[in-house]
Design a protein around this ligand. Structure first.
Ligand code: FES
Ligand code: FES
Length: 183
């Protein structure tokens, strides 16, 4: 059983296959086309972890509270513990494993490393995926109040958040620098 927070969008399951059996779902994950037969109730986080073995996406609460399971669905941050895999038919999914490019860490990953934005690391994949989304939505020059507000859906029980906020600020600025350099 799982619960959906009021702030989470409703997800729609495809109709179960004949006899209520498995449903084929196809999507792109980290740039690779993947497909599998899943139970209609399969959550995206379990599809990623158990079918694709992408275990960088964590399950902290299963109730849409902690943000450990944040991935990008068609470019937007989503809690994969409250998203049905079958609702992602044809979608493009990015997980923490898909952020680094050409053996180089994403600037947000690099900033978390540089600013010690983690201790046990359990919350870190979700924090980083949420942080990239924040920079995409709010711009790359972020102030502390904005970062703290936007990270409300991501919980960390180790760090006290100070270094995470510093990492998000630096990572967003680095993303902006990279974009400028590419223009
Ligand atoms: Fe998804 Fe906690 S596991 S929000
Ligand atoms: Fe341990 Fe955030 S670093 S939960």
């Amino acid at each position: 059983m799982f619960f959906r927070s009021k702030s989470q969008p409703e997800t729609q399951a495809s109709a179960p296959g004949p006899g209520g059996g498995l449903v084929r779902v196809a999507m792109t994950v980290n740039g690779k086309a993947v497909s599998a037969d899943v139970e209609p109730r399969t959550l995206l986080v379990h599809y990623l972890r158990e079918h694709l073995r992408l275990t960088g996406t964590h399950v902290g609460c299963d109730t849409s509270q902690c943000g450990a399971c944040v991935i990008h669905l068609n470019g937007k941050a989503v809690k994969s513990c409250t998203t049905l895999a079958v609702s992602c038919e044809g979608a493009s999914v990015t997980t923490i494993e898909g952020l680094a490019q050409g053996g180089k860490l994403h600037p947000m990953q690099e900033a978390f490393r540089e600013h010690h934005g983690l201790q046990c690391g359990f919350c870190t994949p979700g924090m980083i995926m949420a942080a990239v989304d924040i920079a995409n939505r709010k711009g790359t020059q972020l102030d502390e109040a904005t970062i703290r507000h936007e990270l409300e859906g991501n919980l960390c029980r180790c760090t006290g958040y100070h270094n995470i906020v510093a990492a998000v600020k630096a990572g967003a600025a680095a993303m902006g620098g990279m974009r400028q350099a590419a223009e």
